[in-house]
Every structure is written in C-alpha cells, then in structure tokens.
Design a protein around this ligand. Structure first.
Ligand code: PEP
Ligand code: MN
Length: 333
C-alpha cells in the first residue's frame, strides 16, 4: 500500500501518521519528493482501513499495490534510484560503462585491460575471480588471488571494480570490492541474496537464464527487504529456441523494468549474444531504449582468453563501441 502525504503537513501531523501506521505492524519506506512524500507500507496491510487514511487532511492518496515486489516498485519510490560507486554514479541520467575481461587471468592482463578500457571511457572495471562454469573441468577463476589482482588494477587506474560472488561465506573477501555481482545462475539463490541484503554494498543482480521480470524483481526484493536498497538490475539475455546467439537479448525488458521499478537497469550485450561482432549493435540498441549502463567483456587477446573469448571485444573494438554509445547518449539528451 502507498500513502501519499502533502509536504504542507506539519512535522507533528506527519509524525502522528507515521506512529499510527507503524502500530499496524508493517514496515515503512519513505520517498520524499518536492510536493509530496510517498510512504510505502510493506507487510500485511489487509487490516488497514484505507478510508480512514484517505479522510486525513494531509493525505492526498492511498493506493493498494498489488505487485508482490514493494521496495523495488516505482510506485513506492517515483524517482530513479541513483547508486554511487567511488566517484561515479549509476541511474537517474548517470550512465555506467562497465568493461573488462570475463575472468581475471594475471596481473599483466587485468592491469593492461583496465588501463585500456579506462582510456576508452569505461567508468567501472569488471573481472571474474570466482567463475560459475558449466563444466567443473573448465577454468574456475583465480578466486581470492583474482580479487587481489582486481584490487591492484583498481589502485593502478582508480576505476571502481565489480566482480561476482557465488557463496555467502565469501562476503568478507569482497570488502574492498565496489559492486558485488550476483550472476544469472544465482539470481534465485535466496540465502545468498538475503546475506547480501545485510551488507551496504551495491549489488548488480543479473537476470536468470529463464526468469520472468516479476521473478527478477522479486529477487531484487530479497536484497532490499533486508535493508540494502543499492541494487542494479542487469538484463543479460534469456534462453530461447534461437541457436545462432548464446542467449536472446530481451530488449523490451529495459523499458518495462524502468516502468515497474526505480532501480537502475544495465545491459550485458556480451553474454546476451555470445558473439563479439553483435556487441556494438546490441550496445547501441540498449542505450537507445534507456539502459542506465552497459557491461561489456573486453580482453587484450580474445583468442587466448581462458573464458568467453568469442564474445570479448579487443580494447580497440571497445573504444569504437564506447564512442558510438556516447553519440546515442548525446542524441537522447
Ligand atoms: C559474468 O558476467 O561473468 C557471467 C558469468 O555472466 P552471467 O551470470 O550473466 O552468465
Ligand atoms: Mn563471461
């Protein structure tokens, strides 16, 4: 349920209303706008008398929200959420260009890619240390050593870093990581989501391989209902019957998610297509439909990448894509 309060209400009237709502055994979520404050009520609101609330002078509107996701719902928080990461922001008109290799392979590799993507305009460095591989015989990532190498690249370039977590027990290792990524395969690992909800770290949550947008938003809700509102949604393609591409980029997910939710929405054209030559056109289309950022795999030598070489751009190709993306952003302004 949402209760919209006029900002002309006195502090005392507002506090009285809040105490009354709190006594109804629901959690409150506040979003203050210029003329109104939206109070979101989360929990069992069936016993709350909407007519009584509507009758109050300071209340301009009471609406029952039937969507199962509440904290992530734009009705609860009409303004776009802006997430601060280091000295950069994501959402609300701030576009994030996240780039880097699928996996951290060595200090030389990650530092070289970090410098190259920074020079081309990337604002955040990606790199997998713990890799969720389909086969246990494939490269599993450098794990804790990979995290240490990412921190070296962060120090060398000043770029904030994002990397994937697979196990809640590893949270202490991610202390100096700027954004924790939850991969597609863990989108419904609810215990992991709950533990990440107890941290204050920005979480980039990838859509599961075969999950609906409602399920995706409910996973964001798991993190947010524990108190961590810093969630970034990432559309990374879903499984369809198509085989020429690794996945199918659900481009309509971007405007739909932005309508349903106030959270920033980022697109990963690399995992969506699996084909490096499709990364530029998909990046442009994602930008044009209103994505708040892109996450692109870049490798200094894609033929020799230990993971996802066929979808990785060279630094030169990334620069070309980034330049074209900036033109789309300028055209949208
Ligand atoms: C990744 O970004 O490295 C990754 C494994 O992506 P996804 O979870 O989308 O498959
Ligand atoms: Mn990858």
């Amino acid at each position: 349920m949402i209760v919209v309060v006029n900002n002309s209400a006195s502090q005392e009237q507002f506090d009285n209303l809040v105490s009354w709502i709190e006594a109804q055994d629901v959690k409150l979520h506040f979003s203050r706008g210029e003329t109104h404050t939206v109070i979101g009520l989360v929990g069992d609101t069936t016993k709350i008398d909407t007519e009584l609330l509507e009758g109050l002078d300071i209340v301009s509107q009471v609406t029952r929200v039937s969507d199962p996701f509440k904290n992530a719902n734009r009705k609860f928080h009409p303004e776009d959420t802006v997430i601060e990461v280091g000295n950069t922001k994501i959402g609300g008109g701030h576009f994030a260009l996240i780039a880097g290799p699928c996996s951290v392979e060595s200090e030389e590799q990650i530092v070289a890619v970090a410098q190259a993507v920074k020079a081309a305009g990337a604002t955040i460095l990606r790199g997998g240390a713990f890799k969720p591989r389909t086969s246990p015989y494939d490269f599993q990532g450098l794990r804790a050593e990979g995290l240490a190498l990412l921190l070296t690249a962060k120090k060398e370039t000043g770029l904030p870093i994002i990397t994937e977590i697979m196990d809640a027990d590893h949270i202490p290792l991610f202390e100096d990581v700027d954004i924790i990524q939850v991969g597609a395969r863990n989108m419904q690992n609810f215990e992991l989501l709950k533990e990440l909800g107890k941290t204050k770290k920005p979480i980039l949550l990838k859509r599961g391989l075969a999950n609906t947008l409602k399920e995706f938003l409910m996973s964001a809700e798991y993190v947010m209902s524990e108190g961590n509102e810093n969630v970034i949604l990432c559309e990374r393609g879903i499984r369809t019957f198509e085989t020429y591409t690794r996945n199918t980029l659900d481009i309509s997910a971007v405007p739909m998610l932005k309508e349903l939710s106030h959270l920033p929405v980022v697109v990963d054209p690399s995992h969506a297509s699996g084909v490096s030559r499709l990364v530029k056109p998909l990046s442009l289309s994602a930008t044009a439909v209103g994505a708040d950022g892109l996450m692109i795999e870049v490798h200094n030598n894609p033929q020799y990448a230990l993971c996802d070489g066929p979808q990785s751009l060279t630094p030169e190709q990334f620069e070309d894509t980034a330049t074209a993306v900036k033109k789309v952003l300028a055209a949208l302004r």
